[in-house]
Design a protein. Structure first.
Length: 634
């Protein structure tokens, strides 16, 4: 094993080598590895990591892990489960669940439904039926779903009924329509015969509208979305009328009418579609190369001069760089015992917040063998490096930036951007299936954003320094549900007045305060901590501020090495480096090494492919607890 050598007075080029799917359980034997266990049960490392997120850091003797008993990796939905809860159970990004299960976002969960948890691969192939295969021998043709079309509209357009379309397209009821999707429609002459035959199998569930009912309440009571209600009842666009009859779902039997056997649960039979982004590394036993591209700027910083200590104190950027480096080096030291066949090189990026000279960098160092590059720090510089290396198979990892940047296929964003953070927080709130009221001044999030993306949320717009009327707010609250108040305004006056209003309303209502980021205005000295605790203030964070055994262990070990507590950048350096190295060696051969989630000391990683890029969607939901600590919400 080669040892790590470096000097800060020259270009860094030191090298270190490291020689609810159906499941059953396996007890890890002494010396057993995840790879050995995967081969034993004819499965893959990535699948085992999916079912056992804690195994990403390795397994120990007598540890009990879950083993899949079928080739498909799925979760069967149980009563009261939510998309948010399932995503956290398997450490999968919510957007990835939606991606793997077409129709899930539009139609929601159904008890008994099977959700795909992973893409189908050559090593883990599942034969699945075609959603659109006609359910019985009936002459039919196909049409392609166009943007804006509904099931009802297609039925009318083709002189048939919604029931017939559901009969002809197995899975359509559960998964809904997708633009570009082919669906079967009956040919002329077969329609009447089919209606008579299928009426036994497909039956609309209806209700009669009662006084004071609303579209929101009807949708919630019947566990459907407002979009589904509007689709099944086109006349609702003219308003809700007392005494009218509404379709609120369909009873759909998948067994013959005269079959007395027990109906099977609804199953999502869609085939996962890969996005075509290759994030695999060849598993041929050869040495792999990792480059950490860090902005030491040694030409401007003489590390042999005693004055460097003062420079470090005064230079925030240099201080951040050295902290990140210290965490990365500690991760490397921890992983030495794994004996990975890895070369690690530290290269001075000479980066500033203004620019990075990629051509000079390529002239100073040969990156052709690099499998993965961690860095630079600033997103525009990460984009510049990705552009420079777009013709080679190097994976570029952005370690610190929350900017979305450009979507390069082999650029990996390890920090969730602000849009992802906002969406994760709203998904959490919606998953509670309680009343949600958003108060916004429109500066960060417009009322139109809520209405377009989350129609179940009631929105209240305020102007700068406007006091929220207790009477108006009271009329929006539920007496029987928890009321989540999503606050997204920036005025201190509005904030202080709102906190006082919410406190007074807590005598009559169950209220919880939520924000879409950790708002500075709620950190003001004008806002009492006890008030935030009383309102169980909940917010999203890309890092876990809550304490835990893993974090305490890391802090203790870091302090023993460096004589101080780790900064957030030191912890970030450790987490990103540890995660990347582990993925480089523990993922399956020729598989997407970012295909499973992991949780490190203070950061977790769960990736999705979006618009041609790779983004971390893992966000912590934290709240202020009554014991004066911050805890992770469940």
């Amino acid at each position: 094993m080669k040892r790590l050598f470096f000097t800060l007075s020259t270009l860094f080029c030191a090298t270190v080598s490291f020689a609810q799917t159906a499941t059953k359980t396996h007890t890890v034997a002494k010396g057993e590895t995840i790879t050995q266990i995967a081969k034993k049960y004819n499965t893959t490392n990535n699948v085992l990591f999916l079912l056992n997120p804690e195994a990403v850091d390795g397994v120990s003797e007598n540890q009990i892990i879950k083993i899949p008993t079928t080739s498909s990796v799925q979760h069967q939905v149980q009563a009261k489960e939510t998309v948010y809860g399932i995503s956290k159970q398997y450490n999968i990004a919510i957007e990835k669940l939606y991606d793997l299960n077409p129709g899930l976002k539009e139609n929601g969960l159904k008890i008994g439904q099977f959700l795909n948890l992973a893409e189908t691969t050559s090593k883990n192939t599942t034969t699945v039926p075609n959603n659109n295969q006609p359910a019985k021998n009936l002459a039919s043709t196909t049409v392609i779903v166009e943007k804006g079309e509904t099931i009802y509209g297609i039925a009318v357009k083709n002189n048939t009924t919604v029931s017939v379309l559901y009969e002809l397209n197995m899975g359509l009821l559960e998964n809904g329509l997708k633009v570009g999707q082919p669906i079967n429609i009956p040919v002329s002459g077969e329609i009447k015969k089919d209606i008579a035959d299928t009426s036994k199998k497909t039956k609309a569930k209806t209700i009669v509208v009662q006084p004071k009912q609303t579209i929101y309440n009807i949708a919630k009571t019947n566990n459907i979305s407002q979009e589904q209600l509007m689709e099944w009842n086109p006349d609702l666009k003219n308003g809700l009328k007392d005494g009218s009859t509404l379709i609120v779902g369909y009873s759909y039997e998948k067994v013959p009418f005269n079959d007395n056997s027990t109906p099977k649960p609804v199953e999502n039979t869609s085939t996962p579609v890969k996005k075509g982004i290759d994030l695999s590394l060849p598993n041929d036993g050869s040495t792999r190369d990792l480059v950490l591209l860090l902005p030491f700027n040694v030409s401007n910083n003489n590390f042999n001069n005693p004055s460097i200590n003062q420079s470090i104190k005064e230079d925030v950027f240099l201080n951040m760089t050295l902290d990140f480096y210290s965490g990365a080096k500690m991760a490397i030291d921890v992983l030495k015992e794994k004996n990975y066949n890895l070369n690690i090189k530290f290269v001075d990026s000479k980066e500033t917040n203004r620019a990075l000279d990629v051509n000079t960098l390529k002239g100073d160092f040969d990156f052709s063998a690099a499998d993965v590059i961690i860095g630079p720090f600033f997103q525009k510089n990460v984009d510049a490096v990705s552009e420079a290396f777009k013709n080679q198979q190097t994976i570029i990892v952005s370690p610190l930036s929350t900017e979305k940047g450009k979507p390069f296929p082999r650029q990996v964003h390890t920090m969730p951007n602000t849009e992802i953070v906002k969406k994760e927080m709203l998904e959490y709130v919606i998953s509670k299936q309680e009343r949600v009221v958003a108060i916004t001044d429109g500066k960060k999030t417009s009322s139109q954003y809520f209405s377009a993306n989350y129609p179940a949320i009631t929105t209240l717009s305020v102007t700068t320094d406007e006091k929220v009327s207790p009477t108006v707010l009271k009329n929006l609250l539920s007496e029987t549900e928890t009321n989540y108040i999503v606050y997204d305004a920036t005025s201190l006056t509005t904030t202080v007045e709102l906190i006082n209003t919410l406190k007074s309303l807590q005598k009559e209502f169950k209220i919880q305060l939520v924000s879409l980021e950790k708002l500075d205005v709620l950190e003001s000295s004008d806002v009492e901590m006890n008030d935030l605790i009383a309102l169980k203030y909940t917010f999203p964070s890309v890092t876990n501020d809550a304490s835990g055994n893993k974090k305490e262990k890391f802090v203790k070990e870091y302090k023993a090495v460096y004589g101080k507590n780790p900064s957030r950048f030191a912890t970030r350096g450790y987490d990103v480096t540890h995660d990347i190295i582990t993925r480089m060696f523990e993922s399956d051969e020729d598989s997407n090494i970012f295909d499973y989630g992991s949780q490190q000391v203070e950061n977790k990683f769960a990736y999705i492919n979006e618009n041609g890029g790779v983004y971390n969607n893992a966000v912590y939901i934290l709240y202020y607890d009554k014991d004066l600590t911050i805890k992770e919400a469940k």
